[in-house]
Write a protein that binds this ligand. Structure first.
Ligand code: AMP
Ligand code: GLY
Length: 359
């Protein structure tokens, strides 16, 4: 079996998917559009998944890797996700009354907001300002304190195949009040204690049972945003896709064929050391990034560079978005290597986090 595969989406996550998939013996070729008669469509971003395109193309007889419309509400409606968790005994932050004055607390808009619908607020005026500008409905939940992991699983229609825990760095800078971004870097694996591993297995059993009980019949990725608080894992969010940049870290860490995992139910096998990814963004990101800087990349075979927001003209490349490049490597100590590479990139308005590391 060798397939013509379409990857939907155009960011660094999708570039990494295409890079890894194109090396698989199960891949005959990559096409860019669902009009090119692919044998398989892999969905990257949430929007087409939440718009129901998995259901649409599946109904045309094309095999799709993506969560179906019904379960995409795990990401597109935080209230749906909350009910799903509560109904199946999955731990999550407690809902608070909308007028709660216990601070800090967390305000969450119900719908898809590209990372802008959630904020930890520390006082009433901050709450008022945020709730005025987000889409309605929104809800309030208890603030949990702890370290977070991004846990990605593949549901094959019957059971979960789990990847190793990853971690992303969502804030623009190290300041806890700096804005949420799509992720300024990521690494995997995250080293867990024995108790954390045990509790993670319990959570994953609950998630799998919940999906089966609710009649899930898709092949797709579920991302659990987990926080270690009160000696257990609590779910902060679900996404119905691979995380960006966590996906780049995981895919480059694999020592076996990604397509064999999603098509033939193989368990993931990993390389040694850590796999890391560093985002090069453009000044002004996330709100108003400067575009059009010429980019010149240093030569270093240890670093893979995926284009996120780049355009090319006459053999030159230019920044063309907030998230511009995704730098990846696998090493015992990967971040110093990536930061060193990042410093040498020529791009007038580049920004990146030089404080992130494995912890
Ligand atoms: P979400 O989109 O729900 O994952 O939220 C984005 C980020 O907000 C998370 O990665 C956390 O850092 C933070 N966050 C969300 N919910 C909570 C919570 N209940 N307690 C503390 N931090 C939270
Ligand atoms: N890195 C977080 C996300 O993809 O939502």
């Amino acid at each position: 079996m060798s397939l013509k595969i379409c990857v939907i989406g155009s960011g660094a996550r999708e570039e990494a998917l295409k890079d890894i998939i194109s090396k698989s013996p199960l891949c005959k070729g990559i096409v860019c559009s669902a009009q090119d008669n692919p044998d398989l469509i892999i969905f990257g971003p949430e929007q087409p998944i939440c718009d129901g395109l998995v259901d649409y193309y599946s109904s045309k007889g094309i095999k799709c890797i993506g969560v179906n419309k019904k379960f995409s509400a795990l990401e597109s409606s935080k209230l749906f996700a909350k009910k799903f968790m509560v109904n199946h005994g999955i731990k999550c932050a407690k809902l608070l009354p909308i007028e709660s004055d216990i601070f800090p607390q967390v305000v969450k808009a119900d719908g898809l907001c590209k990372g802008k619908g959630v904020k930890v607020v520390y006082c009433q005026s901050e709450k008022d300002e945020f709730t005025r500008k987000i889409p309605k409905p929104y809800f309030i939940e208890e603030y949990l304190e702890g370290n977070e992991i991004s846990f990605m699983s593949y549901f094959n229609g019957q059971r979960l195949i789990n990847f190793c825990p990853a971690r992303d760095f969502k804030r623009l800078t190290s300041d806890i009040k700096s804005p949420n971004t799509g992720g300024m870097g990521a690494y995997c694996p995250v080293d867990l204690t024995e108790i954390q591993k045990e509790k993670l297995n319990i959570y994953l059993e609950l998630l799998q049972a919940a999906l089966i009980e609710e009649g899930a019949d898709f092949n797709g990725f579920i991302y659990s945003g987990l926080i270690w608080a009160k000696n257990d894992w609590y779910v902060l969010e679900y996404n119905v896709r691979l995380g960006d940049p966590e996906c780049q870290a995981i895919l480059n860490y694999l020592d076996n064929d990604f397509l064999s995992i999603i098509l033939n139910n193989e368990e993931p096998v990993y390389r040694s050391g850590y796999s890391a990814c560093l985002t090069i963004a453009s000044k002004g990101y996330p709100d108003n990034p400067i575009k059009g800087d010429e980019i010149i990349l240093p030569q270093d075979d240890r670093v893979k560079v995926y284009f996120a927001g780049v355009k090319s003209e006459n053999d030159r490349i230019y920044s063309n978005g907030g998230r511009v490049l995704s730098l990846c490597t696998v090493a015992e100590n990967p971040f110093p290597l990536l930061k060193n590479y990042a410093e040498k990139i020529i791009m007038e308005h580049k920004i990146f986090r030089d404080d992130i590391n494995i912890f």
